[in-house]
Design a protein around this ligand. Sequence first.
Ligand SMILES: [Zn+2]
Length: 434
Amino acid sequence: PLNLIYLCISLYIIVNKQKYCSYSRNKLLLISFDGFRWDYDQDVDTPNLDQLALDGVKAKYITPPMLTMTSPSHFTTITGRWVEDHEVVHNMMFNSTTNLKVPHKQTLTRSEWWDNGVLPLWITAQNQGLKTASFHYPGGGANYSGQSVNRVLVEESNHPDDNETEWRQNIDQVMSWFSEEDFHLVTLYYGEPDNVGHAKGPDHPDRKKIIQQIDRTIGYLREAMSRHHLNDRLNVIITSDHGMTTVKKRPQVDEIIIRDYLNLLKLTSFEILDYGGFGIVTPRPGREQEVFDALSNAPNLTVYKKSQIPESFHLGKSERLPPIVIIADLGFNLNSRLIVYVNKGDHGFHNGEMDMKTIFRAFGPDFKSNFLSEPFDSIHIYPLMCELLQIDPAPHNGSLVVTKNLLLQSGGSQRTRLSLALLPLSMLLMFTVL
Ligand SMILES: [Zn+2]
């Protein structure tokens, strides 16, 4: 029996040794470059991104959630929930009953659009004692169950997207939050290359220029990390929300004008069209089948009744989404009445299209180096971030199984939990023996 007691004591010590020897919690910076298509770095010279792939992890590409749009996709990344669960179902806040439509930037501080019972990572981390900040990241400016993010900067409506000097200042600011104020998690958002992708199209030379600017900024980030002595305690994830595709125009194709197929005035009471490849329509009472049939005849798009949206889209259970959803074929924009949409590039198309795929890069003390990952869904970034921060995740739709192979070792939080579970077990064993 004495041997057994010794065994239990040593087991307890071994388990706790692991606990105390496991790495201390490292900090996490999540950077999003809006609309960075997965292959944007392949036709441009990007020495800093190339070096990152050697020093860290690169996924071949990642798949955003269905609804390849800025706010819905960013919110999936920061919550680990599908769009039907977090209910941020558009960039524009809307109410199909009152016909309210709020432009994207003005939604950024409207909690009633973002706060639908799902807690984003900032709040979950804060509730477990961490300090978090959001720098221009979509959703950071809202309150969740009455709680706000510890430090928030919200992007102004007239904010310039492409000012390189400001990009560097933002990095300096974030680095001082980490090094001088001991923040654990910061999310940092940039509006490029989305802006130039819309305005000039993904194949324009200016898109290549902005990718080089992003590359220089990543070089600057790494210098700044060294300057602030953060290299061995800060993990960095660089990702994005969706890709970009060239808008098809005459004479190449006949553009979609919804009014040519559907009497909008007579059959519908609300719509958001004229917004890239994704459209929503509320039929007038009793007119749903007519709307569906009319749009079924329109070429170059697919129309869905909300109740018949494929489960794999993870959209159909949304209460907010109107009864009719339209997804245009790749490159076809949905125009309601006339073609006013002057964008040369757009998104919102099916997330299975390669042009909608986006990037994932990561480096830091907990990531493998020179590791090329197979593609995965962006929903799995959330449990990875929780693992890195050693916090218990809120309920989510992702899986750490998918992303933990990016890490050098499965993190300390699991080990801590294991040791805590084994403590009573070893005590019980000891008493049984006595
Ligand atoms: Zn976007």
